[in-house]
Design a protein. Structure first.
Length: 233
């Protein structure tokens, strides 16, 4: 069995893309820090947005790995957390809850029966693959609390405490950096032209984000093995 999930391996490749941008900014900073300051800022800002995007994709990939493994390994539905079923059908259920008129309610019920009935049973394994895009819908801006909330969709509510035990003294600075990354990305995405980082600061962001990803991979995969199924091949 491999040490890391395939999602983490893909994530590390994504970090290499970000590191390539950081190196470009570092070279420009060394050659002409004043004349190239606008280009340096632009490259670093782009790298921050890309780093946050890779972290978000990584968490979603972890979720996809679980959903695929649940189906492939014929995990029995009777032991699954009820939240999994809700998030499989969240879009249809939420539409149903918002409907007021009897005819609209009936239409939503028929839609649910047509599209999702095969998922909703506590007997045996899922007969068909689970809808990953629908399950992942609504997860974005991967701050630590949002990642914890995403993992709660599987019934894993102890992520932050497990992460803290795994990282030990590195826990607070790692968590703070991930949250700072997402906050900085959001400011850039909303047009704040004054927000940027130096290549050295970007290097710290990359290092802490990688450390966070590695620890997340360990604690989440370990929890899945005990409570759901193995997601390491």
């Amino acid at each position: 069995m491999s040490r890391y999930t395939s999602a983490y391996v893909t994530f590390v490749r994504g970090l290499e893309e970000v590191e390539s941008l950081r190196k470009i900014a570092k070279i420009k900073e060394r050659e002409d820090p004043v004349g190239d300051r606008h280009e340096i800022n632009a490259v670093c800002r782009g790298a921050i947005v890309l780093l946050s995007a890779h972290l978000e994709a990584y968490v979603k990939d972890l979720g996809e790995s679980v959903l695929d493994a649940i189906h492939a390994q014929n995990v029995l539905r009777g032991g699954l957390h009820s939240a999994i079923f809700y998030h499989i059908s969240k879009d249809v259920i939420d539409d149903l809850l918002e409907a007021k008129e009897p005819s609209k309610i009936a239409e939503k019920v028929f839609l649910f029966l047509d599209s999702d009935l095969s998922h909703w049973s506590k007997d045996g394994p899922f007969p068909i693959p689970l809808p990953v895009d629908r399950f992942n819908k609504g997860f974005s801006n991967p701050g630590v609390d949002k990642i914890r909330a995403y993992f709660c969709r599987f019934g894993y509510s102890d992520f932050k405490s497990d992460l803290g035990r795994h990282l030990r003294a590195n826990g607070p600075p790692t968590i703070n950096m991930v949250n700072h990354l997402v906050d900085t990305r959001n400011k850039i995405a909303h047009g704040d032209s004054f927000v940027t980082k130096t290549p050295a600061e970007l290097a710290d962001m990359i290092a802490f984000t990688r450390k966070f990803g590695m620890a997340t991979d360990s604690v989440f995969a370990s929890w899945c093995k005990v409570n759901l199924c193995s997601i390491r091949s």
